[in-house]
Design a protein around this ligand. Structure first.
Ligand code: URA
Length: 434
């Protein structure tokens, strides 16, 4: 098999055979396929697509390019979770302890924020002492004792994806449902869970801008999971406005604690409990969805989920007392409030602009090596649909001196629209793919 023939076959709309795909991924991993040929094949895939079978083979080859975490010596069904990312998306940090409090084992490997989207690891690292870099043995020990653990992805997981992603980033070949699905699922399958729930974000602040595109990606990932023998379900959720009020690392941890105490934002609570109930069903703790839903509400209402969160934080070396005293989290020294210029209804709070504003204040990074400021960010005082009067507070910037304030203020002001008519209410969970 010559790579040039494989490229030509895909260029002409043909299907690739499994050995061709395996040889390609192998060549990417050991460097024997040069970047120019890999890029040509990637572009042919973007233009011609891939069948479900080709996508499953690609994913499998990428999983096998590195280590696969073996969780078989941990009792119970292990249910992983992935979100395609958005602004203010702190669901994993609330969800993992809720599901664990219901008896689900939740192994979770997460990433850092880049561009306008935040990262779960950066948020967790705003908890004093929390270590995201546990060894696999330490990770497994936390899973055994607490039931959930959130760590960083190890470098030996799906190395082919790292190389391909870097190439896709600079060759305009990111935007392809089979390539995105294979990229995400190769990492998730390598994490060793028995089942998976996926939260595909859709809208202004998300990778997928339309419900149709989000549904397609969700369906492709669910299909890959089932090919691999891992029960996988996806929901498509709205990401036109930030999820919850807080955007920024320590600010979001505060909101997670509020949510685990039962008084978090409605949409964050709704999305989290929806996913938690599905994890309870996938783990076989309950088969009846209504009973599962009641169980997750009870875990939240009884305080057991909050206690599980504190135990997870402590097991990672973090300060568990933040749950009783969130002032132990970093706080920015300065505040600036943005106010409504007119009366009416808040009809839009554009997620991407708020994410970029928070990043400009120092909460995010443009390059992987940039440091983040855990204390800064943006807190919304209003939700879409809310009536406001001229002069009412819309949001508060938490900042350090003047760093990024002008840019953040301009972005936030442009993100909000106030209209005479109330906008139509949009559901938070837009679709489910099982
Ligand atoms: N996230 C990934 O991990 N891979 C993609 O291709 C896109 C988003």
């Amino acid at each position: 098999m010559r790579i040039v023939d494989v490229i030509a076959r895909k260029r002409d709309g043909g299907a690739l055979a499994r050995p061709d795909i395996e040889a390609f991924v192998h060549g990417i991993t050991d460097g024997s396929v040069p970047d120019y040929q890999a890029s040509a094949l990637l572009m042919a895939i973007v233009l011609r697509g891939m069948s479900a079978e080709e996508t499953a083979w690609l994913t499998d080859a990428m999983v096998r390019s590195g280590d696969r975490v073996d969780l078989s010596d941990i009792a119970g069904v292990k249910v992983g979770k992935h979100s395609t990312g958005g602004v203010g998306d702190k669901v994993s940090i609330v969800l993992a302890p809720v599901a664990a409090a219901c008896g689900v084992v939740v192994p979770k490997m997460s990433g850092r924020g880049l561009g306008h989207t935040g990262g779960t690891l950066d948020k967790l690292e705003s908890i004093p002492g929390y270590r995201v870099g546990l060894s696999i043995e330490e990770f497994k020990q936390v899973l055994r004792t607490v039931g959930c653990s959130i760590i960083g992805q190890t470098s030996t997981l799906a190395p082919a994806d790292k190389k391909l992603y870097a190439l896709r980033d600079v060759t305009a070949t990111i935007e392809s449902v089979p390539l995105i699905a294979a990229s995400i699922m190769s990492k998730k399958l390598a994490e060793g869970s028995n089942a998976l729930v996926l939260d595909v974000k859709c809208g202004d602040g998300a990778f997928m801008k339309t419900p149709e595109a989000a549904r397609q990606l969700a369906a492709a990932m669910v299909e890959i999971g089932s090919h691999a023998g891992v029960r996988t379900e996806a929901i498509v959720t709205a990401m036109d406005a930030p999820l919850g009020a807080a955007v920024g690392n320590a600010l979001e941890i505060r909101e997670c604690i509020d949510t685990l105490q039962g008084h978090g934002p409605v949409e964050l609570t709704e999305v989290t409990l929806h996913l938690a109930a599905r994890m309870v069903v996938l783990a076989g703790v309950d088969t009846d969805e209504r009973i599962a839903a009641a169980r997750v509400r009870e875990a939240l209402g009884s305080g057991l989920a909050l206690e599980t969160f504190a135990r997870m934080v402590a097991a990672h070396g973090g300060d568990p007392h933040i749950v009783d005293d969130p002032t132990r989290l970093a706080a920015a020294p300065d505040r600036t409030t943005l106010r409504a210029e007119r009366s009416g209804y808040v009809s839009r709070i554009a997620a991407e602009a708020i994410g970029r504003a928070s990043s400009a204040l120092g909460a995010g990074r443009e390059r992987v090596s940039d440091p983040v400021d855990h204390a800064v960010g943006v807190v919304l005082d209003v939700v879409p649909g809310q009536a406001v009067r001229a002069g009412d507070p819309l949001m508060t910037l938490h900042h350090r001196g003047t760093r990024g304030v002008d840019e953040a203020r301009a972005r936030c002001a442009a993100a909000v629209a106030i209209t005479d008519e109330a906008p139509a209410a949009v559901p938070h969970v837009l679709a489910e793919v099982r």
